[in-house]
Design a protein around this ligand. Structure first.
Ligand SMILES: *[C@@H]1O[C@H](CO)[C@@H](O)[C@H](O)[C@H]1NC(C)=O
Ligand SMILES: *[C@@H]1O[C@H](CO)[C@@H](O)[C@H](O)[C@H]1NC(C)=O
Length: 303
């Protein structure tokens, strides 16, 4: 009797152990349980919130329609099955497993980065750079839709670790409430007008049109710049001197020009400080029959 119950207990213990080990994988699809082998302990609910969720980046600046800025600093939660989602517009979105498991999942699904603009209309807020998911980071698109009160309404995971939520709010019910054009500065509106005109006159391709619009939206801070990796000084240099050879040519031309000008100055007995340069650069340009170019000013051409 004693032996049997111990054995049953023992078996039960093994089964429990197996379930604990297997459950994250066997239910992964259905329950969206997302485990990080290296975050065991970090998800412990007894640890302070701040030390559990470590954002990788700081949120982008508040941008877009002025009447939506009042949402900054507020948070909206939504419970679906075993998960609670917390959306803080212009800040972050997090997911918290509603469970008493010692390693219940709690993680960042994205940090506010940029708008999605479709058809010249603000469509959704992109929260990116969330917790790691394989070799990518979790990201979430929050689509704004008209509704009676501000609340999260739906959640789905269209592709692995890319989440989609819909945020209902009366703030976007007016048909013009999400138009991009009125939110732009006069200067950017003027640029957009010019782009539209160029498209109307078939001066630019559809792709060119889209690229120019993207530039305007980036300048306005609605989209994250895709040009950050380029270093402006390198671009300028590479434009001026396409290659070392070209650079050398330019230097030679400039040296010849300096020599020519110095020779002219000497010829006209005009004092100039170029002794050091003179020593280095042999004068190879003949000065005869050369005239001062352009405006002579006070210098009288004696030839
Ligand atoms: C998410 O945003 C809220 C509201 O601004 C903030 O209080 C909270 O600390 C943020 N959480 C993370 C993990 O960044
Ligand atoms: C864009 O907006 C125009 C006018 O409001 C509409 O006719 C068109 O169907 C929209 N296109 C898309 C892709 O939503």
């Amino acid at each position: 009797m004693y032996y049997t119950s111990t054995r049953i207990l023992h078996l039960l213990w093994i089964c429990l152990l197996c379930l604990t080990l297997l459950s994250p994988y066997s239910f992964a699809g259905k329950m969206k349980i997302v485990e990080e082998p290296n975050t065991f302990g970090l998800n412990n609910p007894f640890l302070a919130q701040g030390s559990r969720l470590q954002p990788k980046v700081t949120p982008g600046p508040v941008s877009g329609p002025a009447h939506l800025r009042r949402l900054a600093g507020k948070c909206f939660s939504y419970i679906e099955s075993t998960y609670k989602y917390e959306f803080c517009p212009f800040h972050n979105i997090t997911q918290h497993e509603q469970s008493f498991r010692w390693n219940a999942y709690s993680g960042i699904l994205g940090i506010w980065q940029e708008w999605e603009i479709v058809n010249n209309t603000f469509l959704a807020m992109w929260m990116r750079e969330g917790d790691a998911c394989g070799n990518k980071n979790r990201q979430t698109k929050v689509i704004l839709t008209c509704g009676g009160s501000s609340k999260l309404a739906q959640v789905s995971e269209p592709t692995t670790c890319v989440y989609s939520l819909s945020f209902e709010t009366p703030l976007v019910c007016h048909p013009h409430s999400l138009l991009v054009y009125p939110t732009l500065s006069d200067k950017l509106q003027m640029e957009w007008d010019e782009v539209e005109q160029a498209r109307y006159e078939n001066l630019i391709t559809e792709q060119g049109y889209n690229n120019l619009l993207r530039d305007i939206f980036e300048d306005a801070g609605f989209l994250k710049s895709q040009k950050v990796k380029e270093k402006p000084d390198i671009t300028t240099t590479s434009k001026t001197h396409d290659s070392l050879q070209k650079c050398n040519q330019d230097v030679r031309k400039q040296r010849e020009e300096i020599e020519r000008l110095q020779a002219l100055l000497t010829q006209h007995n005009i004092p100039h400080e170029s002794k050091a340069a003179k020593e280095k650069i042999p004068l190879s340009v003949t000065v005869q029959n050369q005239h001062l170019r352009g405006d002579n000013g006070l210098i009288v051409d004696v030839l």
